[in-house]
Design a protein around this ligand. Structure first.
Ligand SMILES: [Zn+2]
Length: 48
C-alpha cells in the first residue's frame, strides 16, 4: 500500500474506502478513495 498523493496520509487496505461502480455487470470496477480526504486513488490499483 502507499500514501495518498493529496494529503500524504498512509492508506492501506484496512482503511481505504472503496466504491463499487456498476450494478449487476460482469466485471465490477472498484474505485479506491482516500479515507481522509476522499481523494480518488484509482481503479483497482491495489489488487495485486
Ligand atoms: Zn488523502
Amino acid at each position: 500500500m502507499g500514501h495518498c498523493p493529496n494529503c500524504k496520509q498512509k492508506v492501506s487496505l484496512a482503511n481505504v474506502k472503496t466504491e463499487v461502480k456498476g450494478l449487476v455487470v460482469i466485471k465490477q470496477e472498484r474505485m479506491y478513495m482516500c479515507p481522509f480526504c476522499e481523494n480518488m486513488l484509482g481503479f483497482a490499483i491495489m489488487q495485486k
